[in-house]
Write a protein of this length. Structure first.
Length: 269
């Protein structure tokens, strides 16, 4: 009986290991910085794996870290990714904080390429809602060294135009500078797309009343105008925040679309 149990442990050990995240502080020398990375490793393979940085949403006032973080990571790791969930700091009006954390995370991921057996040319970002704003910021505003190779955005906040933005996200990021036109334009990311912006997949609900779908449409249009390979899927009866919820009516279709798009851009086979 003991021998059978031991064999069972050997057989399941790789999958168990893959689901246990490694925790790493972004700023270990700063005791007040609460930002962390949770690294999910796939079953070990010979070839370097793709990697994905996952930025949960929460309006820059909190983090939906399970639905838009850990649960997503488990799906990506099942597809052979090194999946990294980012617990970034809340800005409280200091607009540089989230992107600083995201750039640091990308730098850590790429600098650990050998240790984690990942391919530095296949490092992407996923972001949802305000996390989508952060992922799009990383795609458009980050230094070249920290820019992702591809991006996947769930119902992202993109524009800071008061007519279409998510007011809480804008307020939490800009704080007392909320009427600073230069900053409003800077963080209206449809205006920041360039030839260096990575390939992007956008997933949004047609009936999203929290973050109007026009945010996604504007970003897709800007990508298209700059000849950046992009895809936009708009689901009926989706609303906001569907993320990884299995009860979402298009949950399986969403994962299938993501997988096919990743194959199309040659991130996975």
């Amino acid at each position: 009986m003991k021998r059978i149990f031991f064999i069972f442990l050997i057989l399941i050990a790789p999958s168990l290991w893959a689901q246990q995240p490694e925790t790493m502080k972004l700023w270990p020398d700063n005791q007040t910085a609460e930002s962390e990375m949770y690294i999910y490793h796939p079953v070990k393979t010979v070839n370097p794996a793709p990697a994905i940085l996952i930025c949960p949403g929460g309006g820059y006032g909190g983090l939906a870290i399970d639905n838009e973080g850990h649960n997503m990571a488990k799906w990506y790791v099942s597809k052979g990714f090194v999946a990294v969930v980012l617990k970034y700091r809340m800005p409280h009006g200091v607009n540089t904080i989230p992107l600083t954390d995201a750039e640091k995370a990308m730098s850590i991921i790429r600098s650990n390429a050998t240790k984690w057996n990942l391919d530095v040319k296949r490092v992407g970002v996923v972001g949802s809602s305000a996390g989508g704003h952060l992922a799009a910021s990383l795609s458009t505003l980050a230094s070249d060294a920290n820019r992702p190779n591809f991006a996947i955005l769930y119902y992202p906040v993109i524009s800071f135009d008061d007519k279409i933005t998510h007011a809480g996200t804008k307020k939490n990021l800009l704080g007392s500078d909320i009427n600073n036109l230069e900053l409003v334009n800077h963080y209206s990311l449809e205006k920041q797309v360039s030839a260096e912006t990575p390939k992007t997949l956008i997933l949004v609900g047609d009936d999203d009343k929290t973050v109007p779908p026009i945010n996604s449409i504007l970003y897709y249009t800007a990508l298209n105008e700059h000849h950046i390979p992009a895809a936009l899927y708009m689901f009926p009866n989706a609303a906001h925040g569907f993320g990884s919820h299995t009860e979402f009516i298009y949950h399986d279709e969403t994962l299938d679309l993501i997988q096919k798009w990743l194959q199309y851009i040659k991130v996975i086979n």
